[in-house]
Design a binder for this molecule. Structure first.
Ligand SMILES: CC(C)(COP(=O)(O)OP(=O)(O)OC[C@H]1O[C@@H](n2cnc3c(N)ncnc32)[C@H](O)[C@@H]1OP(=O)(O)O)[C@@H](O)C(=O)NCCC(=O)NCCS
Length: 211
């Protein structure tokens, strides 16, 4: 029996669990720091918090961190790996990932995603339902590409950045670290670190302090 532990009993966690079942994981237990107040996530049990998971790593064949917040997901991934967790990478059978693309540990690729040749995806990425990451794109660590977003060829996305639902990014554009690209934006020029951009074409909405 292949046993998977998922940290993060959220809606995103449910999609991760569903994807994991499609990938052949047979036993799935959730962990969440809201435990013991939270004991169910959809059809799955929540059996402990991060501390409990660390004490039970030996009974799991893989660990997934299913937390939407990029910074928290990234921190928990490193914390669990340091504690000895085997971070797993999930690729839904209905996703298409080029054999010439690379995908770092701790990443999830949901149904309908396309990742083309020579794309490089960093640790703990979320490639959400139906997004596309074209040839030669380079994504840093802890990046989230939301459902239906499209990155054209050669786009770079810095660590912990979030590309919103349905956004499009023109080829060769460089997006910095900790950037938020708003839902439906069309990004046609480079975006500096820490900015939130939105609109068509995308303009700066706000800037935040480094985390
Ligand atoms: C861009 C975003 C992060 C801004 O959030 P926010 O800082 O809370 O901003 P607000 O909702 O307060 O909106 C501020 C202004 O920006 C506008 N705005 C917000 N999001 C926008 C967007 N995606 N495109 C265009 N304008 C947008 C608002 O209309 C508002 O304009 P106003 O001041 O003229 O009224 C957010 O709206 C967004 O698009 N998030 C992505 C959501 C997503 O992709 N979810 C998928 C999860 S898997």
């Amino acid at each position: 029996m292949k046993r998977l532990a998922i940290l993060g009993a959220s809606g995103h966690g449910k999609v991760g669990a569903d994807t994991a079942e499609c990938c052949g994981w047979q036993v799935i237990d959730f962990f969440d720091d809201a435990w013991p107040q939270t004991v169910r996530n959809g059809v799955w049990d929540v059996v402990g918090d991060t501390a409990r998971l660390k004490g039970a790593l030996h009974i799991y064949d893989g660990v997934l961190v299913a937390i939407g917040n990029n910074r928290i997901r990234h921190r928990k991934l490193l914390e669990l790996e340091e504690a000895g967790a085997q971070l797993c990478t999930l690729v839904h059978p209905a996703a298409t990932v080029s054999c010439y693309a690379s995908l770092e540990r701790g990443s999830v690729v949901f149904a309908g995603v396309v990742v083309n040749a020579d794309a490089r995806i960093g640790l703990g990425a979320i490639l959400n339902t139906g997004c596309s990451v074209d040839h030669d794109c380079v994504l840093g660590e802890g990046v989230h590409v939301s459902p239906g977003a499209c990155l054209a060829g050669g786009v770079r996305v810095g660590d912990l950045s979030w590309i919103g639902i349905g956004a499009s990014v023109r080829q060769l554009v460089q997006i910095g670290g900790q950037v938020t690209v708003g839902a439906g934006a069309v990004v046609v020029s480079d975006v500096a670190d820490l900015l939130t951009v939105a609109g068509v074409p995308a303009r700066v909405l706000s800037e935040r302090s480094a985390i």
